[in-house]
Design a protein around this ligand. Structure first.
Ligand SMILES: Nc1nc2c(ncn2[C@@H]2O[C@H](COP(=O)(O)OP(=O)(O)OP(=O)(O)O)[C@@H](O)[C@H]2O)c(=O)[nH]1
Length: 457
C-alpha cells in the first residue's frame, strides 16, 4: 500500500476579491479529493444558474456550505493533493471569522497562502492602510505561521497581460511589508498566476516565459520558476507535536444513549489511546478512555490533527464543558492557571486601555473574561524590543507585555510549550481588540503548593 501522505493545513489570506476562492477552488477542482460525481453535479447546477463564469469561486462556496451543514466534523471536501502532501484548506470567508478561525477551532495552519491581485488598482487597494493584506499577514506571523507563499494573481488583467514589470512591482511592494512584519523574505516564494485562467497553477505557464529566469534577475526570492502546485509541494514538512504530552481542548460534550459521556475535540499535541487515564482541566476530574471514534470508525490511536469523539467512564456530561482541556493524567497533566503573561498587539480599540481592562479571551475552544492586571512593558511592534516599563495606557497599534488574570478557572499554556493553547484573541465591543501569545503561565497547582509553605494561623 502507498504510504500515507503527510498532512498540511493551508490558510488562505488576502484582500477581499483578490481571488482566494477562485484560486483554491481551482486547486481543489484539479487536484482535490472531491469525487467526480459531486463536481459534475455542481457544474451542472452552476451552469443552470448562469454562474458558470464564476465556476471555481462558486464551487468553493458550495463545498463550504456543505461542510457547514455536516453534523460530524468533516473537512475532507476542502482537500487537495500535491505529490508529497495531503493539503487541507482553511479558508477564511470574512475578516472577523479569519481572526477567530486562526485562533480557535479548526485552525492550526502550517502555511499561509497570501493571494495578492496584480490587477490595476486592486493591488494598490489591497496593500493600502485600510486593506486587509498587511493585517492578515501580520496576524499569520504573530500566530506562529512562519511559512508563507505569495500568489500574485490576476496576471491576465495586468497591462499588458502577464506583464513582468507589474509582477516585479508587486513583489517589491509585498516584500517590504513582509520584511517589516518579520518574515525572512529570501525564503518566501512569489508565484505569478491567473487563478481564473488556470495559468501557472498546475502546469508550467506558456504566457510568462520570463518567469523561468526570474530568480536570476531579482537575485532574491526562493523557488521561482515553479508552478503553484510545485511550490506547495516544496514547503518544509510541518513538525508534528506527537512526542509532546497530550492536549485536547473540548469542542463539545455529548451524552449518547447506551454509550454514555462523549467529549469531542481536536487533538493538538500528543496521542490518545483507549485505556488511558485522562485529567480534565479546569474541571479537575480524571477518567478512563473506553473507546475513540473518528468519522464513525473506531480508532486504537488518535494523533495530532485528528478530530475525535471518545467515551469516558463514570463522568457525568454536566461536569465537563467546551473549553475544558484533556491531557494524560500521568504525563504533564493540564491544570488551570492563576495568571499568565502575554505579548499582545492592540488591533482595534477606540479609546485607551488601562490596567483593569477586561475583554473576553478566545483561546483554543475556551471563552473566558480575563483582566489586564498589569501593563508590564510597551514593546516595539516589529522588533519586540522594550520601549518603556509599566506604560499607563495602550492604544490601537501598540504592542505590550501584559499580565492577565482569568476571572474564572481556565486552562492555557505558554506558546513555547503548547503553541495551539498559547495564543488568543481578545474580544470586546463585538470585535477583536487584540491578539496575543502567552509567554509564561502561573499554574494554580504551583501557587497552591507555595501557599502551603506559608505559616497558617
Ligand atoms: N480575470 C481574472 N479574474 C479573477 C481571477 N481570480 C479571480 N478573479 C475574479 O475576481 C473576483 C473575486 O474572486 P474571488 O475568488 O471570489 O475572490 P476572494 O478573494 O475569494 O473574495 P472574498 O471571498 O470576497 O474575499 C471574481 O469575479 C473572480 O471571477 C484571475 O486570475 N483573473
Amino acid at each position: 500500500m502507498a504510504q500515507e501522505k503527510a498532512h498540511v493545513n493551508v490558510v488562505i489570506i488576502g484582500h477581499v476579491d483578490s481571488g482566494k476562492s477562485t484560486t483554491t477552488g481551482h486547486l481543489v477542482y484539479k487536484c482535490g479529493g472531491v469525487d467526480q460525481r459531486k463536481l459534475e453535479k455542481f457544474e451542472k447546477a452552476a451552469a443552470q444558474m448562469g454562474k458558470s463564469s464564476f465556476k471555481f469561486a462558486w464551487l468553493l462556496d458550495k463545498l463550504r456550505a456543505e461542510r457547514e451543514r455536516g453534523i460530524t466534523i468533516d473537512i475532507s471536501l476542502l482537500k487537495f493533493n500535491t505529490q508529497k502532501y495531503s493539503m487541507t484548506i482553511i479558508d477564511a470567508p470574512g475578516h472577523r471569522d479569519f481572526i477567530k478561525n486562526m485562533i480557535t477551532g479548526t485552525s492550526q495552519a502550517d502555511v499561509a497562502l497570501l493571494v495578492v491581485s496584480a490587477a490595476k488598482g486592486e493591488y494598490e487597494a489591497g496593500v493600502s492602510r485600510s486593506g486587509q493584506t498587511r493585517e492578515h499577514a501580520l496576524l499569520a506571523y504573530t500566530l506562529g505561521v512562519k511559512q508563507i507563499i505569495v500568489c500574485v494573481n490576476k496576471m491576465d488583467l495586468t497591462e499588458p497581460p502577464y506583464s513582468q514589470k507589474r509582477f516585479d512591482e508587486v513583489v517589491r511592494g509585498v516584500k517590504v511589508f513582509l520584511k517589516k512584519i518579520g518574515y525572512d523574505t529570501k525564503a518566501v516564494p512569489f508565484v505569478p498566476i491567473s487563478g481564473w485562467m488556470g495559468e501557472n497553477m498546475i502546469a508550467p505557464t506558456q504566457k510568462m516565459p520570463w518567469y523561468q529566469g526570474w530568480k536570476v534577475r531579482l537575485r532574491e526570492g526562493a523557488e521561482t520558476g515553479k508552478t503553484l502546485l510545485e511550490v506547495l509541494d516544496s514547503i518544509k514538512p510541518p513538525v508534528r507535536t506527537i512526542n509532546k504530552p497530550l492536549r485536547l481542548p473540548l469542542q463539545d460534550v455529548y451524552k449518547i444513549g447506551g454509550v454514555g459521556t462523549v467529549p469531542v475535540g481536536k487533538i493538538e499535541t500528543g496521542v490518545l489511546k483507549p485505556g488511558m487515564t485522562l485529567m480534565f482541566s479546569p474541571a479537575k476530574l480524571t477518567a478512563e478512555v473506553k473507546s475513540i471514534e473518528m468519522h464513525h470508525q473506531g480508532l486504537d490511536t488518535a494523533l495530532p490533527g485528528h478530530n475525535v469523539g471518545f467515551n469516558i467512564k463514570n463522568v457525568s456530561v454536566k461536569n465537563l464543558r467546551r473549553g475544558d482541556v484533556a491531557g494524560n493524567a500521568q504525563h504533564d497533566p493540564p491544570s488551570d492557571v492563576r495568571s499568565f503573561e502575554a505579548q499582545v498587539i492592540i488591533l482595534n480599540h477606540p479609546g485607551k486601555i488601562k490596567s483593569g481592562y477586561s475583554p473576553v479571551l478566545d483561546c483554543h475552544t475556551a471563552h473566558v473574561t480575563c483582566r489586564f492586571a498589569e501593563l508590564k512593558e510597551k514593546l516595539d511592534r516589529r522588533t519586540g524590543k522594550k520601549l518603556a516599563d509599566n506604560p499607563q495606557l495602550l492604544q490601537s497599534g501598540d504592542a505590550a507585555t501584559v499580565k492577565l488574570v482569568p476571572i474564572k478557572p481556565m486552562c492555557v499554556e505558554s506558546f513555547f510549550t503548547y503553541p495551539p493553547l498559547g495564543r488568543f484573541a481578545a474580544r470586546d465591543l463585538k470585535q477583536t481588540v487584540a491578539v496575543g501569545v502567552i509567554k509564561s503561565v502561573e499554574k494554580e497547582q504551583g501557587s497552591k503548593a507555595s501557599q502551603k509553605t506559608q505559616p497558617s494561623k
